[in-house]
Ligand binder design. Structure first.
Ligand code: ADP
Length: 159
């Protein structure tokens, strides 16, 4: 059974993330979507909410687990006995950042491999930052979010 971890802030999970997840499921038998959070930085949505949004987004998609973690992604990989990390690439800037992280992870854990998946062209402009900007300015972010995600209660809970 080949399993990968797809780590990220997912603040919140978008259609772009979902596209990467679908691609990853073509390569791996199981994908663990892992919300990474830093206990000293609060983020836009709390980690529990981010997990809940992902659960709504992936409901009905088999072979997906959702969890949250703090600390190093390679430590989560060891804990879950997973050898592959999936990340999405939108731009050359993403590539530059991601390759540095991948090299650092590989230096720490030589047998953990990062797999980069290019963004689908229709989703490449979507980011959690754009979604947050739309939300704070009172816009409708639903066209950036996976079907089945009901973001309104989570927005209200922030207020
Ligand atoms: P992080 O803060 O760890 O970069 P993000 O939630 O912003 O977390 O992104 C998680 C992963 O998803 C990253 O690899 C990022 O490059 C990728 N990603 C984000 N948006 C898209 C998108 N629209 N298409 C493809 N990959 C994306």
């Amino acid at each position: 059974m080949k399993t990968a971890i797809f780590p990220g802030s997912f603040d919140p999970f978008t259609l772009g993330h979902l596209d990467v997840l679908h691609s990853a499921l073509q390569l791996f038998d199981k994908v663990i979507v892992a919300v990474g959070y830093n206990s000293s930085k609060s983020g836009f949505f709390p980690p529990k909410t981010r997990v809940e949004i992902i659960r709504q987004a992936v409901s009905g998609i088999p072979n997906v687990e959702v969890c949250s973690y703090t600390g190093l992604t390679v430590d989560l990989c060891k804990e879950k006995d997973v050898k592959f990390i999936v990340r999405g690439l939108r731009t050359t800037t993403d590539f530059e950042l991601e390759s540095v992280i991948a090299q650092a992870n590989r230096k720490m854990e030589g047998d953990i491999l990062s797999v980069f998946i290019p963004a689908g062209h229709e989703y490449s402009f979507i980011s959690s930052t754009v979604v947050r900007d739309v939300i704070v300015n009172g816009g409708d972010a639903s066209s950036f979010l996976p079907e089945g995600v009901d973001i309104e209660p989570f927005i209200k809970a922030r207020k």
